[in-house]
Design a protein around this ligand. Structure first.
Ligand SMILES: [Zn+2]
Length: 343
């Protein structure tokens, strides 16, 4: 390239806004992401992560896995238990991907909160495909488990308006404008209830429970396996928590909104409530999401919140590699046809 052209390009770049410059950087990184070496390096890093977590067969979960030659330059494995073969990416969100590196850039776009159409322009992938990528990643992240809760456990619900955004052929009512306002006052069937439970080690469950008020059965289903008699539960005054606490032998403090917010100087639900606030603020970006995908967004938020929203290369990779530890069977069609489910 001659010097004057390069100079003119630099001059043009200097006229871009901050956001446009960020997008340009992503675009250039994406142009470089088709390099064979870069992709091979990423896959070998992923392989290390998988082996360190105990590499198991994606078909039968057996652990007798041996190397089984290469196919199209990629390592294959064979399971001694079920005799099936697979690659590093089989059954992961990246299965059948030609350019794994693009996923890193895609996650980068996700972390910058770019809409799918802008990400599509940067990555040269259609926004429909990216929608599918997003939910394959999140369906995997959603499967991350947490250890049992320790010590004081705060639990409280928060609500999102029920939405069928994106669904075709809604005939029984006009689709609500984005955001939208509920027709009824108070908690009704129109609201989707999300339970957030968090201990002081920041171990967190944040999941969709139902439409309307949460039942004891649903509290049990979402956090029952994570509590023991050593936990002290702090919640609002809703009766489901009292029954849950009694049945599980937990000491229980009920924080009524009309009374003092901290009992005995240490029992409160302020950590959970500030988690709710951060979650709500972050969800604003999306201008309403279909309720059937809400659990995916909750898993995404939980991951980002735990990382303090830092957009480092290490966090980008961790999100991708963690997602690749879980089996994903979603197809574009199964995602589109899925329905809202309660706990
Ligand atoms: Zn197997």
């Amino acid at each position: 390239m001659d010097g004057t052209l390069f100079g003119s390009i630099i001059e043009l770049i200097s006229r871009l806004s901050y956001d446009e410059t960020e997008r340009l950087v992503l675009k250039i990184q994406n142009m470089q992401s088709n390099s064979t070496q870069g992709n091979a390096r990423l896959i070998s890093e992923l392989r290390e992560k998988k082996f360190s977590e105990g590499f198991t067969c994606p078909h039968c979960r057996g652990s007798h896995v041996v190397r089984f030659g290469k196919f199209k330059g990629r390592q294959r494995y064979r399971c001694k238990d079920c005799s099936k073969t697979f690659s590093d990416l089989t059954a992961t969100p990246l299965a059948r991907t030609r350019y794994p590196n693009k996923w890193i850039h895609f996650i980068d776009c996700m972390l910058q909160g770019l809409p799918l159409r802008k990400s599509a322009e940067i990555l040269d992938v259609s926004h429909v495909t990216l929608f599918y990528w997003r939910h394959k990643l999140l369906t995997a992240l959603r499967q991350m488990d947490i250890p049992s809760f320790k010590g004081i456990l705060e639990a409280d619900e928060t609500y999102f308006l029920y939405s069928e955004k994106g669904k075709r052929g809604i005939t029984y009512r006009k689709p609500r404008k984005r955001g939208g306002v509920a027709k009824f006052r108070g908690i009704s069937h129109e609201q989707v209830c999300v339970l957030v439970a968090r201990d002081h080690d920041k171990n967190t469950v944040s999941k969709v429970s139902c439409r309307g008020r949460i039942s004891k059965k649903q509290v049990d289903k979402l956090i029952g396996s994570k509590v023991s008699e050593s936990n002290i539960l702090c919640s609002d005054a809703w009766r489901s928590y009292s029954i849950f606490a009694r049945e599980n032998g937990l000491e229980h403090y009920r924080i009524k909104s009309t009374e003092e917010h901290v009992k005995k100087g240490i029992y409160h639900i302020q950590n959970v409530n500030s988690f709710h606030k951060r979650l709500k603020d972050w969800m604003e970006h999306f201008c309403g999401v279909a309720s059937k995908y809400l659990d995916n967004y909750l898993a995404w938020f939980k991951f980002l919140d735990a990382k303090g929203f830092e957009k480092t290369q290490a966090n980008l990779k961790e999100m991708l590699f963690t997602a690749c530890l879980f089996r994903v069977r979603e197809t574009y069609k199964s995602l589109r046809l899925s329905e809202f489910r309660v706990a």
